[in-house]
Design a protein around this ligand. Sequence first.
Ligand SMILES: Nc1nc2c(c(=O)[nH]1)N[C@@H](CN(C=O)c1ccc(C(=O)N[C@@H](CCC(=O)O)C(=O)O)cc1)CN2
Length: 229
Amino acid sequence: MAAPSDQKATIIDGKAVAQTIRSEIAEEVRLLSEKYGKVPGLAVVIVGGRKDSQSYVSMKRKACAEVGIKSFDIDLPEQVSEAELISKVHELNVMPDVHGILVQLPLPKHINEEKVLGEISLEKDVDGFHPLNIGKLAMKGRDPLFLPCTPKGCLELLKRSGVTIKGKRAVVVGRSNIVGLPVSLLLLKADATVTIVHSHTTDPESIVREADIVIAAAGQAMMVTMGIL
Ligand SMILES: Nc1nc2c(c(=O)[nH]1)N[C@@H](CN(C=O)c1ccc(C(=O)N[C@@H](CCC(=O)O)C(=O)O)cc1)CN2
């Protein structure tokens, strides 16, 4: 987030916000289970043994346990075929206790990611990566059923920190399908004026300097420093 040079920057305590959100979700889950005798179920699918993916998946499963969501752990070997993975997705699509399906990315090179994500039932696409959900995110007056979690988290942090988005100049650094692009679309939906800065942008620093809000989503820590802001 940018602060003009004559203002002090405030560091947002993301961990405290996350804890508050987890408590809110835990309460929602408790009420749901009291009312309907059911708990939400999330299938977390991981293919292969990438250390970073294993670590993100284990955090997701731990977070489920913490709030009372039942997690279905699907761990598939690196060599699993695209057809086998898609067949697993189809199986999860019709399981009544599974309300959300998340396929951890990236997938091994021999698997077509777009094809797999397109097979997840729209109603269970909790990552919001299905082309129809992303398409709705990009359209005025349409709302996707789910939003990608990191972009949603960025906006939640801004809102819960009292930052007004409407009418602000927002600059997003990076245009990935997982963070940069969807966070730009979300900011646009929240009535910001949005610019995306990427590897082919000329003089990105001058664009970032003019921003009221900066979201660094280039996958490289410390890329946007206070010097630029
Ligand atoms: N199915 C999915 N696969 C992947 C996703 C996803 O949202 N759904 N995102 C990434 C991996 N990932 C979560 O799974 C993830 C990675 C990194 C971050 C993040 O916010 N990183 C911060 C640093 C946080 C820290 O201090 O540790 C950053 O980059 O600034 C969020 C989510 C790919 N696969």
